[in-house]
Ligand binder design. Structure first.
Ligand code: NAP
Length: 282
């Protein structure tokens, strides 16, 4: 029930109608009886600066930012935490005493989702497909948490090279490949963890399939897909039937949202309930 003390948060994006975050965050606030509301905020690309000023003027506690604002919001903020600074992108803003601080909870969300499935990335060999914003967060999280090697495959190898140059500690820890290169194929055949960081298989193109068969991976490999709609992509559903352990993108979505919830409220997020809410919508 809203009243004069209701605290405001939300998500700025364009378009924003597809966002699952309002349902997930509002369910969490209700469950913990917190007097917060999370609003979908349709903000055109050219209006991000005015929108940040508006959030300050309206006494918001913070907000998420999604496509296309994750990079362009940075000059509008007072400061960035270490993760947002390293990634050069923000997905969560906290407002305290008139100061706007940008965070990036995507990489932590990915690592937490793996932990929830009993997977520790330290010492593992990882293969990633894709070199966009999500791959950036995943690569940062993997290297920061001690992955031994990360092979980044992309259809534009120059994009993969940029990513690797931004984060790799040395030439061995991360390497860029053209995705149809035999060397990338070899990395797929010997990886412990594979992550699809492309939108292949995302609704409405649900039947989209990665350019290799799931059986290329070793039997022990954990296969992750960042696509969260549908909850079970064609890739993950084939892999699951073949006996692989799989981690769906919805889990990362929950954990990155849970971290934002904790930054705004200072309370542990009700993870299971957020997961159930997403599963119901998806
Ligand atoms: P992005 O910045 O646009 O990057 C997409 C990457 O995928 C680029 O490297 C792009 O390569 C590649 N790609 C796109 N279509 C492809 C295709 N048909 N074949 C091969 N490569 C293709 O997007 P993003 O923000 O990284 O998001 C990627 C996916 O992750 C989306 O489905 C998004 O919904 C999901 N995601 C999930 C979460 C979560 O919490 N689960 C968080 C963030 C993102 P080019 O440069 O060649 O186009």
């Amino acid at each position: 029930m809203m009243d004069g003390k209701t605290r405001l948060v939300g998500v700025m994006g364009w378009p924003i109608g597809h966002s699952l975050s309002p349902a997930m965050q509002n369910a969490a606030f209700r469950a913990l009886k917190l007097n917060f509301i999370y609003l979908p905020l349709a903000v055109r690309p050219q209006d991000i600066e005015a929108a940040v000023r508006g959030a300050l003027a309206l006494n918001f506690d913070g907000f998420n930012v999604t496509i296309p604002h994750k990079v362009n919001v940075i000059p509008c903020l007072d400061r960035l935490d270490e993760s947002a600074q390293a990634m050069g992108a923000v997905n969560t803003v906290v407002i305290r005493q008139g100061e706007t601080v940008g965070y990036n909870t995507d990489s932590e969300g990915f690592i937490q989702a793996l932990h929830a499935h009993g997977v520790d990335v330290a010492g593992t060999r990882v293969a990633l497909l894709g070199a966009g914003g999500a791959a950036r967060a995943v690569l940062f999280g993997l290297l920061r948490n001690g992955a031994k090697t990360v092979a980044v495959g992309a259809r534009h190898v120059a994009e993969a090279q940029k990513l690797v140059q931004a984060f790799a500690r040395d030439n061995q820890s991360a390497q860029a490949f053209f995705w149809q290169d035999t060397a990338f194929n070899a990395a797929l055949q010997e990886c412990d963890i594979f992550v699809n960081c492309t939108p292949i298989g995302m609704s409405p193109h649900d039947d989209g399939m990665l350019p290799f068969d799931p059986t290329i991976f070793p039997r022990h490999a954990v296969l992750c897909d960042l696509v969260y709609n549908p909850r079970l992509t064609t890739f993950l559903s084939i892999a699951g039937r073949q006996g692989y352990r799989t981690v769906p993108g919805a889990d990362m979505l929950v954990y990155q949202g849970a971290r934002a919830f904790e930054l705004w409220t200072g309370q542990p997020a009700p993870i299971e309930l957020m997961q159930k809410t997403l599963t119901t919508i998806l």
